[in-house]
Design a protein around this ligand. Sequence first.
Ligand SMILES: [Zn+2]
Length: 383
Amino acid sequence: MELADIPLIDHHAHNILKPEIFSEYSYSAAFTEGDRPSIVNYHGRQTLCYRRSLRDIAALLDCEPTETEILQQRQKLGLEKLTELCLSRANIETILLDDGFLAEEIFPLEWHQKFLPVRRLLRLEKLAETLFEKADSFEKFVNEFHTQLTNLPTSVVGFKSIAAYRTGLAIQSVPEKEAQSYFYSIKDGNSDSLSAAVPKSPFRLTNKSLIDFLLSIALEIANKSQIPVQFHTGFGDPDLDLFLANPLHLRPILEDSRYGDVPIVLLHASYPYTREAGYLASVYPQVYLDFGLAVPLLSVSGMRETLRILLELAPTSKIMYSSDSNLIPELYYLGSRWGRKVLAQVLTEAISDGDLTARQAEEIARSILRENALNLYQLRSKI
Ligand SMILES: [Zn+2]
């Protein structure tokens, strides 16, 4: 089965980091979720993914598969040419970018638009943090949050939540009074730290009551306007508590009739809670899945197994392709290469098992690599 000709919709990725910022990172940092120096600089280079990826990138750049040679080739090519090469070889038609990750250090959407059509995913917690700093009252804060989410620029096609990274996916209903009192106590704490003569770092929202309260507003708006909401689920950097990133915690949200029409997208195959994610997609009409980050970060057999597990139970109309690329353009290429390869292998197995006919497998490949995302984000009318 050959899927190279199917143009991809990468429905969840991030903007590329400015080179002057990335030069402070090790190249290996782009291939691990770890952020501690000994992981990034030593153990992160000992994974199957890293070793395989060096060979893939060397073949793309036509050099020896060592980090030193690859870095030299990148330098020679320059970031724009490198990005163009990675995106064109990936055969990506459109990409949806969450620009809330390292927001001050990345290229803006317009920069990426030079290479291909781009749409935006609005990161809810980032918006809340920006508004929190400006608002002098809880009412103004909540009103502005509401206004911004109901008057979206046309570039925005979905919301993204990183609740898993902050206070976990067990999102609860929070009385307004409770959220209000936390708003003012955090404001008071913030102004105390302002009076100390230390440089102010950007505000980070970590209060569960406030986050859950704001998410319920966003979900109600999404319910009305049918905007998909992507949730980070499963593994990520150690800023998250993996236990609280299990998508099963979302049950109260999935059962709540106020949000019954919101398409909820569980990102990253919820790895290692992949079976749980597949189950949720099989019983809740509004739940969708993808396999970005697991592909291309796992071993080849791990990527294959992840796809197999998703397909055990989840309807094929619910599964989408993404790369979760960030920092460097090579990840767009690696995600596409392994997403297609592993999907083809797993669908071929399903044909020989008698689960699918060859024709059905072809149709499913198109659905997973592009059609499902085109439909869910209503992109046909927006590209
Ligand atoms: Zn992401």
